[in-house]
Write a protein that binds this ligand. Structure first.
Ligand SMILES: Cc1cc2nc3c(=O)[nH]c(=O)nc-3n(C[C@H](O)[C@H](O)[C@H](O)COP(=O)(O)O)c2cc1C
Length: 207
């Protein structure tokens, strides 16, 4: 598909058919992700492909419990909102495949300058607006585009990360910690492609 068509066609899908996602397609999607740029070409990622429904159920339950602990006994409108947050944060468990994007802090060239300075790795990373996290976004978008090209629907799920400590325990990624989740499968709905946006709102130019 033409790239610009593909960009417009990629839409969030939250309803999936139960068809399994073959390993060959998982590998194509992850390869596409790994072509993304990363700071100092560090590739600070690992991807865990989860098909195991038992693990997905445990992940969902960890997210629900965490949200209940964070927002205990809401009533009225707040309960409606919490239910919506819970649904959007656990939607991954309804997909036949979840890709957990794991990340470990990368070592930047600037880290070699930190000795004798007052800055820590975390502080310089924060000053630079987290290049490793930024790169994760590029990886995920590449995977979403590849998934769309292969006829899958997908949803990027950061809501689940409220329970990231529990997710890390279940995913066993060691020094790689969960950064985000991408859930995918054959789509049970066909959302409209995006139309072009009004650039007046978004684009400024400094000549
Ligand atoms: C960083 C990020 C986090 C997101 N987290 C969630 C989420 O936790 N649950 C969910 O259902 N959708 C999530 N989404 C999907 C957005 O809601 C969706 O991209 C947005 O509504 C635009 O729709 P579109 O993807 O069809 O263009 C996330 C998207 C991004 C980029």
């Amino acid at each position: 598909m033409d790239l610009f068509e593909l960009l417009a066609k990629r839409r969030t899908v939250r309803q999936f058919k139960t068809d399994p996602v073959p390993q060959a397609d998982v590998e194509k999607i992850v390869q596409a992700g790994l072509l993304a740029p990363s700071p100092n070409d560090s590739h600070p990622w690992r991807i865990i492909a989860i098909r195991n429904q038992g693990i997905l159920r445990e992940m969902r339950s960890a997210v629900e419990k965490k949200l209940d602990a964070l927002f205990p006994a809401p009533t009225g409108d707040k309960k409606t909102r919490l239910d919506k947050v819970k649904n959007f944060s656990t939607i991954f468990a309804q997909a036949p495949l979840v890709l957990a994007v794991m990340m470990k802090p990368y070592r930047a060239i600037v880290d070699d300058l930190l000795d004798g300075s007052a800055l820590t790795h975390d502080q310089i990373n924060a000053l630079r607006k987290y290049p490793d996290v930024q790169a994760t976004g590029a990886l995920v978008q590449n995977m979403l585009l590849a998934a769309t090209e292969l006829g899958y629907g997908a949803v990027w799920v950061s809501g689940a990360l409220v329970a990231s400590e529990d997710l890390d325990r279940l995913l066993k990624g060691g020094e790689y910690k969960v950064q985000t989740l991408v859930a995918l499968g054959r789509p049970a709905v066909s959302p409209e492609p995006r139309r072009a946006y009004d650039l007046k709102e978004y684009l400024a130019t400094i000549d």
